[in-house]
Design a protein around this ligand. Structure first.
Ligand SMILES: C[S@@+](CC[C@H](N)C(=O)[O-])C[C@H]1O[C@@H](n2cnc3c(N)ncnc32)[C@H](O)[C@@H]1O
Length: 254
């Protein structure tokens, strides 16, 4: 799929907050580790003194990347890489490294990807450059492993009965997105105001995309290539990421 987005109407989260932090460093190269629809990169490139090196693991951002190459020419470079590999980027004069974690609107609204519980069909959830899909996890992993994924990455109270039901049901049929939602809804009877599938889907996305490993190596490797005086800015998406980022900076500053 190719990402289609109106760049003029795309409003990235916390953009003003980001600019207020990084603008004192303007006049050099910024690494946008999570290019997405290019909202952060675009804002930084509006200042002619800045260059961007952008990364994204999802190659469906290519059509947006092409627009950027045309408009900003030499001031913009893109790599279809995971940010855990940021240390492969060789560049002087890096001013700041920026992470905007999570999923783009394009990824969530592409129902073929099965990232959202509103999808129908194959459980996929891959953002790009993955080793396995959600379908592999649901159809092959044992009950204990599924339980641990749901518990640790989703903090799901019903991790045990849900994992048991998956293993039982998959002997008879291929579990698709809608079947997983049905399993969860049949087990979680109480309404809490939140969609009942939120935690299980979050846990599976984190596992399939190795988000925790990505974040830890992303931060360590970003720190290793950052010159003295440089800055790392991270916008987190869920509470596990938030804890890791805070712990990382706390340990660093000790
Ligand atoms: C929240 S969106 C970024 C939105 C972007 N700041 C903007 O203004 O449009 C997150 C993007 O990061 C990418 N991404 C997530 N994890 C990644 C990783 N480990 N390495 C590289 N890209 C990643 C996703 O594919 C997605 O496109």
């Amino acid at each position: 799929m190719n990402a289609t987005i109106n760049l003029e109407k795309h409003f990235p989260v916390l953009l003003n907050e980001l600019v207020s932090i990084i603008s004192p460093l303007y006049g050099g190269t910024f690494i946008d580790c999570t290019f997405g629809a290019g909202g952060y990169s675009k804002k930084i490139l509006e200042n002619n003194l800045n260059s961007i090196i952008a990364l994204d693991r999802d190659n469906s951002v290519n059509s947006i990347v092409n627009q950027f190459h045309k408009k900003y020419t030499k001031r913009f470079k893109f790599y279809n890489k995971k940010f855990s590999d940021i240390n492969q980027i060789k560049e002087d004069n890096i001013k700041a490294i920026i992470f905007d974690l999570g999923y783009s609107l394009n990824q969530i609204s592409d129902l073929n990807r099965g990232i959202s519980f509103n999808s129908k069909g194959k459980l996929d959830m891959r953002m790009g450059l993955n080793d396995f899909s959600c379908d592999d996890v649901i159809s092959k992993m044992n009950q204990q492993s599924l339980f641990k994924i749901f518990k640790y990455f989703g903090d799901e109270k019903y991790a045990k009965p849900i994992s048991k039901k998956i293993v039982q049901l998959r002997n008879n049929k291929k579990i698709k997105t809608e079947n997983l939602v049905e399993i969860i809804e049949n087990i979680k009877k109480k309404n809490t105001g939140k969609n009942k599938s939120t935690k299980i889907f979050q846990a599976l996305r984190i596992f399939v995309n190795k988000e925790i490993t990505e974040l830890i190596y992303g931060l360590i490797n970003a720190y290793n290539i950052l010159p003295i005086g440089g800055l790392i800015a991270v916008v987190t998406f869920h509470s596990i990421e938030d804890k890791i980022v805070k712990l990382f900076f706390k340990k660093l500053l000790k």
